[in-house]
Design a protein around this ligand. Structure first.
Ligand code: GLC
Ligand code: CA
Length: 559
């Protein structure tokens, strides 16, 4: 694998609306991020991905962009952003922007012009079809946020447009070379500003299987999951290859794709040496326990499933390319609440989960608040308490499946994206130190117990454990092994044990006892020294090691 500047980096995702409010309007903003740059530099972050801050009606929290060349006033100004880029650079941090180009906002001028003249050049930037009342729609795809993916074109009774996400997110027509040219121009305009790269949103949806047709109905709503269509849509590589050549590659920029459903044979194309992207997220664990029916039908995830998923994901890309590893992001509930059984949730098990994913090959991404062990909400009383546009469909799907209102709210409590979007818990002060004013979304009531201020000086805190993991990845003694060493799972026959080797200049073993009971494990190699652990007094001899519940360690071994 060719060596690239991003291989040894640590990335951090900011959800700007919930990170830090600088001007007391209850909404996080760019100046709030500038205030916290030293915090991030101190933690050891190299790459900072900002969820969208472009001009937007915020129907999907900024993933609906109405002007790609401007900043939403709620987040600040272009000058603020330029200052952030410059000040981040001074601290060795590169800014990665969110690239949302499967769709734009229905308030973008392209869409407005398309509505004025659907047959004109901007009509061809979208998927607009003729429609007669009472006739079947062009296809029965279910939008990701529920309901049909077709909506009446404003001002035209006889026309409809496609939106695979929210109806305020009309899909851009990538088959049109003029649209693609506009997109590349915009990407390069940003790269010229000195950003380090892009996280590429929902990109797998840009290739549609055409002409439109129905797929098998898979829910009572008479619609069909988008995945059924995506499986048949081939040829995305032409768009992605062109985009990489026209933009990222020219700048040696970092690009990380939100990619799902790729086939094994496509991996080198996506993330190989000359791939479309520098990296793509490993989402192998985020879908665990789920099925077509909806979140209410999701099952609990076992440690074995979690381990098998990450192992498979990394074995699959070994020698090909680099994954970006996460335990959560702004679209997922908090990882600690999701992957650790409620009965075992503690600072110790949070550190264990952190250690497991952080030392895998690839680029570790920390989602804001993860480094202090932020958790899901413990209770949701009503729909109004939450905000995300996806909630309604999750709730209605649960109700339609026969759940009570209370049970449907419990489904949201566990699965809503708002779990990750509650404000960052900086301190035990009012509004968790996030804002002077009442925040746009509720603060998790546990902020008095879980907050950064109470952890920063506690050497045993989750926060300081993350710091140690980052320092370990950057320690010259271990860096090349952790970055470029091979990945080798071990003891996969033992349930609830996560064990893998990283072999490079050194041989390192990662061990995690992902359960509520102790185990004694035979050792295949001699432990020279434990480098980092979540319990100080782990004991071992030449042939065995004893692990208590949720113990985690990384050790240097002889072979
Ligand atoms: C991606 C984003 C998500 C958004 C969707 C539509 O999945 O991460 O937040 O809702 O795309 O842009
Ligand atoms: Ca603000």
């Amino acid at each position: 694998m060719e060596r690239k500047w991003w291989h040894n980096k640590i990335a951090y995702q900011i959800y700007p609306k919930s990170f830090k409010d600088s001007n007391g309007d209850g909404i996080g903003d760019i100046r709030g991020i500038i205030e916290k740059l030293d915090y991030l530099a101190n933690l050891g972050i190299d790459i900072l991905w900002l969820s969208p801050i472009y001009k937007s009606p915020l129907a999907d929290q900024g993933y609906d962009i109405s002007d790609y060349y401007d900043i939403d006033p709620r987040f600040g100004t272009m000058e603020d952003l330029e200052e952030l880029i410059a000040k981040a650079k001074e601290r060795g941090i590169g800014i990665v922007m969110d690239l949302v180009v499967n769709h734009c906002s229905d308030e973008h001028e392209w869409f407005k012009k398309a509505c004025e003249d659907p047959d004109g050049p901007y009509g061809k930037f979208f998927y607009i079809e003729d429609y007669k009342e009472g006739q079947p729609l062009p296809c029965n795809w279910r939008s990701y946020f529920g309901g049909s993916c077709w909506e009446k074109l404003p001002g035209h009774q006889d026309k409809i447009y496609l939106h695979v996400f929210h109806k305020k997110q009309p899909d851009l027509n990538w088959e049109n070379p003029l649209l693609r040219k506009e997109v590349y121009k915009m990407i390069n305009w940003w790269l010229d500003k000195g950003i380090a790269g892009f996280r590429i949103d929902a990109i797998i949806n840009i290739k549609k299987k055409l002409p439109f047709k129905d797929y098998p109905v898979d829910r009572e709503d008479g619609l069909s999951s988008m995945e059924n269509m995506l499986k048949e849509a081939t040829g995305i590589g032409e768009f992605l290859g062109e985009m990489a050549a026209e933009t990222f590659r020219k700048y040696d920029a970092f690009s990380v794709g939100e990619v799902f459903n790729e086939k094994d044979s496509e991996l080198p194309l996506f993330i190989g040496d000359n791939g479309y992207f520098s990296s793509m997220f490993d989402f192998s664990t985020t879908g665990l326990g789920q099925n077509d029916q909806g979140f209410h039908a999701a099952k609990e995830i076992t440690p074995k499933e979690y381990r098998d998923a990450i192992f498979k994901a990394h074995e699959r890309v070994e020698g090909i390319g680099y994954l970006s590893n996460i335990i959560e992001n702004h679209d997922e509930p908090r990882g600690v609440s999701r992957y650790i059984p409620a009965s075992g949730l503690s600072c110790k098990s949070k550190k264990m989960l952190a250690g497991i994913y952080f030392l895998l090959p690839g680029i570790p991404f920390i989602y804001q608040g993860q480094e202090i062990g932020m958790e899901n909400l413990a209770q949701v009383d009503c729909l109004d308490q939450l905000d995300d546009c996806a909630n309604i469909d999750v709730y209605n799907t649960a109700i339609n499946a026969g759940l009570s209102e209370k049970e449907a709210l419990e489904v949201l409590r566990k699965h809503s994206r708002d779990n990750a979007r509650t404000p960052f818990q900086w301190s035990a002060e009012k509004n968790a130190g996030f804002s002077e004013a009442e925040p746009w979304l509720l603060v998790n009531p546990n902020y008095k117990d879980i907050n950064w201020e109470s952890q920063v000086n506690d050497s045993d805190s989750v926060f300081n454990f993350y710091k140690k993991l980052i320092q370990l990845r950057k320690n010259p003694e271990y860096e090349s092994t952790l970055v470029y060493g091979t990945f080798q799972p071990a003891h996969t026959d033992i349930d609830n044990l996560v064990c893998y080797y990283r072999r490079g200049d050194k041989t390192l073993v990662v061990l995690a006892n992902f359960q509520d009971k102790s185990i004694e494990l035979p050792l295949a190699s001699n432990i020279n020294k434990i480098i980092l652990a979540n319990r100080a007094d782990i004991t071992y001899n030449s042939d065995t090691i004893k692990l208590l519940s949720y113990d985690f360690l990384i050790a240097e071994v002889t072979k």
